[in-house]
Design a protein around this ligand. Structure first.
Ligand SMILES: NC(=O)C1=CN([C@@H]2O[C@H](COP(=O)(O)OP(=O)(O)OC[C@H]3O[C@@H](n4cnc5c(N)ncnc54)[C@H](O)[C@@H]3O)[C@@H](O)[C@H]2O)C=CC1
Ligand SMILES: O=C(O)C1=N[C@H](C(=O)O)C[C@H](O)C1
Length: 251
């Protein structure tokens, strides 16, 4: 019989954390050994024997949580947003000092969202224009979403490699910022609407045609297979993996 993986969830009372607790409790090969909320010190992890920390908290604390895990010999699976290039580089530097440890930073755990990003990047080489729209519930703290940022970066990278120019745009005046955020030359628009969960649409346009690639998470259970995949894989994937696609055979 293979060993059971011991898992600690940070942000366990949150929307994602509470789903993750249920998913881990339902998996025969995983054991939930700690479920921490905002009042609980990280030191409560001591003595739990946790192999993996799952971070589903808020952007302001996620980096410190992951550093603590790595420095205490635990792998980490991270869904929390806010991991910009500076934070990622600091994490790579830390992992260089802990070469056995794995960290997965997953902007989106839903397989459909991962595929939408990959498909959009591939398609964006063949279209003159591309823009990203993300749509979420109004309780979301950050905008644009981590997923939309990641998608824009994948698109920008694919277009750079293919020598595609930035999308044409004749806008001369936009005092209210109607054209959205610009992430590596890709415009990203954020909608917050009661009733929504997590949605992303990538619009690709060229003369006489448009391609739309859309993903909808209607329920947070959509993220759980990805969380469980991360938990099962991170211990055998040392270093930093940015994006769940790093654990999938998609290329
Ligand atoms: N990667 C993915 O697939 C997904 C990522 N997310 C991201 O995950 C994060 C959490 O999202 P939600 O669950 O919707 O938010 P939420 O606000 O419902 O949950 C966050 C929880 O973290 C707790 N918390 C805050 N500081 C803490 C600390 N120091 N230690 C432990 N717990 C702490 C809060 O009290 C709260 O219960 C966000 O950054 C969100 O964007 C959300 C959905 C999917
Ligand atoms: O806050 C959310 O809800 C979500 N956050 C992640 C993001 O910012 O991309 C993932 C998903 O979109 C849901």
């Amino acid at each position: 019989m293979t060993d059971v993986i011991k898992v600690a969830v940070l942000g366990a009372a949150g929307r994602m954390g509470s789903e993750a607790v249920k998913a881990i409790n339902s998996a025969a090969d995983l054991e939930l050994v700690a479920a921490l909320g905002s009042g609980d010190p990280l030191e409560s992890l001591e003595g739990t024997g946790a192999d993996i920390v799952v971070d589903l908290t808020v952007p302001s604390v996620s980096e410190a949580n992951v550093r603590y895990a790595v420095e205490h010999g635990m792998h980490a699976v991270v869904g929390t947003t806010g991991w910009d290039e500076e934070k990622l580089q600091r994490l790579r530097d830390l992992l260089d000092e802990h070469p056995e440890t794995g960290v997965l930073i997953a902007p989106n755990f839903a397989i459909g969202a991962v595929l939408a990003g990959k498909f959009a990047a591939a398609a964006s080489r063949y279209f003159e224009s591309v823009e990203v729209i993300e749509l979420h519930h109004p309780n979301k703290l950050d905008a644009p979403s981590g997923t939309a940022r990641h998608t824009a970066q994948l698109i920008a990278e694919a277009r750079r490699e293919a020598g595609v120019a930035p999308s044409p745009d004749a806008t001369e005046s936009d005092p209210e910022g109607s054209r959205g955020a610009v992430i590596e030359d890709v415009h990203v628009h954020a909608v917050r609407l009661r009733g929504l969960v997590a949605h992303e649409e990538i619009l690709l346009g060229d003369t006489g045609q448009q391609l739309s690639i859309r993903h909808d998470s209607f329920d947070r259970v959509s993220f759980m297979p990805g969380v469980l995949l991360g938990v099962r894989r991170v211990g055998s994937a040392p270093g930093l993996t940015h994006g769940l696609d790093g654990y999938l055979e998609l290329d």
